[in-house]
Design a protein around this ligand. Structure first.
Ligand code: THU
Length: 135
């Protein structure tokens, strides 16, 4: 295993653990996400649903919020790993792509993993080539 594979495998362990904390009585999908910051710290989040469905918070955005809360400098983290039950590989939703575009490094890579061997990865620019930005 090379170093990038090792760090993705470690991040997957954290994303999986985060997915176990999901509050998802409506969809029953358990999603976890982990963010590796530039200092080597890992931040995680899970999906948190609500009876008013539109209030649902996705795992990726919760992981990024946790990272910012812990002092991560916006625009520096380069790796995100997503894990979700009930999906072969979950592609991040548009809202998460927008938020990831703003808070991750420009060359960040997002991995969505079923397990260590079955995953997809995208650059943040592939996921959202033209994010909304304020002039
Ligand atoms: N979900 C995420 O956590 N991340 C995504 O990128 C897409 C969807 C969650 C929201 C909801 O709790 C469940 O997956 C089904 O939509």
């Amino acid at each position: 295993m090379n170093d990038i594979q090792k760090s993705v495998a470690l991040l997957l362990t954290h994303a999986r653990a985060a997915s176990e904390m999901a509050y998802s009585p409506y969809s029953r999908a358990r999603v976890g996400a982990s963010v590796l910051d530039q200092e080597g710290n890992i931040h995680t989040g899970c999906n948190v649903e609500n009876a008013s469905y539109g209030m649902t918070q996705c795992a990726e955005r919760n992981a990024l919020a946790a990272a910012i809360n812990a002092g991560m400098k916006p625009g520096t983290a380069r790796t995100v790993v997503i894990y979700a039950t009930g999906f072969e590989v979950l592609a991040p939703c548009g809202a998460c792509c927008q938020v990831m575009s703003e808070l991750l490094a420009e060359d960040a890579v997002v991995y969505s993993c079923h397990d260590e061997k079955n995953y997809r990865s995208w650059s943040i620019r592939e996921l959202l080539p033209e994010p909304f930005i304020l002039n």
